[in-house]
Design a protein around this ligand. Structure first.
Ligand code: ADP
Ligand code: ZN
Length: 342
């Protein structure tokens, strides 16, 4: 088990990587516990739940809406939750987003922690203190910044996670390696098979390393001004793909990373060997790198995206594996560089 401290502006957060869910009691304060979880998690892990009241949401992004939040506030009120209560989210990104948002707004904020059960939420969503819900088709536009007291990540809980969901997490792990370290990228190549089968000790080691990459970036830039932009590698195009096709996040980001690498290659930043090395690793994790996209629709979705400022888009490219750069690319150039899908 490895414990990583993240220093946030308002408070610190402890990431417990490789800790067992059955040990959750060690980390909970002596306070009434209000658990928020989804029905899949309940089915598999209810026996290990700590004492407390539980609110069960339907699995999936559909639950991330204000009407659900309102219902949870009411449930808390009706169950006498006061400032001295503790909210525990047990689940993937959706549950943690909802739990974090409820906890930071109910009575202007009560303490909270997460048991992060999907790979995507372990290596990505639970680090960084962001939470939020969707509104009118816009993802995460209502939310707050606030660090949970702890995030417990048990690798072996990922065994019950559907394969598709596991791939989503691998996409972010590959991203973390690409933007931070050639060495870590090489280790991912070596351990790909062990990771796919969640073999220990490789699985926990890689999750820990991946979390550390995000934690270091978030710590130095809690409010997303400079460095944190690097985490958007593959996401500018990826979000547009996700939005226009409804594809799962990780798959869309994989396609976005391929695009960012292709742009990097066309600009002469990386060789075709490096491009192939990256796309091969994505493929080994079962991730797509190309699909039959309606290019025009994706392009328009990207232009609508919030990261656009005037006539250019900040694109994260790479000069090498481990060396990301933020490049302002004009819309015209982008269109020219990407239109021919070759
Ligand atoms: P994210 O990928 O952002 O974490 P979700 O919270 O929606 O998104 O989780 C993805 C799906 O996987 C949901 O249906 C959720 O119920 C399910 N899930 C999450 N963790 C586990 C787990 N450890 N075992 C089985 N299913 C899980
Ligand atoms: Zn992402």
């Amino acid at each position: 088990m490895e414990s990583i401290e993240i220093k946030g502006k308002s408070r610190n957060s402890t990431l417990l990587i490789g800790e067992k869910f059955e040990n959750i009691g060690k980390y909970l304060p002596r306070k009434p516990i209000y658990i928020i979880t989804d029905s899949n998690i309940l089915k598999f892990y209810e026996k290990d739940f700590p004492n407390g009241k539980s609110y069960i949401i339907n699995p999936g992004e559909e639950s991330k809406k204000l009407s659900r939040i309102e219902d949870i506030y009411r449930w808390m009120l009706n169950n006498d939750a006061n400032r001295g209560c503790f909210v525990l989210g047990i689940g993937g990104g959706v549950v943690c987003d909802i739990a974090g948002f409820v906890a930071t707004t109910y009575l202007r904020g009560v303490e909270f922690g997460f048991v992060s059960t999907s790979l995507l939420s372990q290596v990505d969503a639970s680090v960084g203190g962001k939470n939020g819900v969707n509104l009118d088709g816009y993802k995460n536009i209502i939310g707050t910044f606030s660090q949970p007291r702890f995030v417990l990540c048990e690798t072996q809980m990922l065994r019950t996670l559907p394969r598709e969901e596991l791939s989503n997490g691998f996409a972010e792990m590959v991203k973390h390696a690409i933007i931070s370290s050639k060495k870590l990228f090489g280790e991912l190549e070596n351990d790909c098979k062990s990771l796919l089968s969640l073999t220990e000790p490789q699985a926990t080691w890689h999750i820990t390393e991946s979390v550390k990459v995000k934690a270091r970036i978030v710590e130095s830039d809690e409010r997303e001004s400079g460095l944190r932009k690097l985490l958007n590698f593959g996401h500018t195009w990826g979000h547009a793909v996700e939005k226009s096709t409804g594809m799962p996040h990780g798959k869309a980001v994989s396609i976005g990373m391929e695009m960012a690498c292709r742009l990097s290659m066309k600009k002469g930043f990386i060789s075709s060997d490096t491009y192939l090395r990256i796309t091969n690793l994505l493929k080994s994790f079962g991730l797509p790198i190309r699909t039959n996209l309606n290019f025009k629709t994706v392009f328009e979705a990207m232009l609508k995206d919030k990261k656009r400022n005037s006539n250019s888009i900040d694109f994260i490219l790479i000069k090498d594996i481990g060396s990301p750069v933020i490049e302002k690319i004009s819309i015209a150039e982008l269109q020219q560089l990407t239109l021919k899908n070759d």
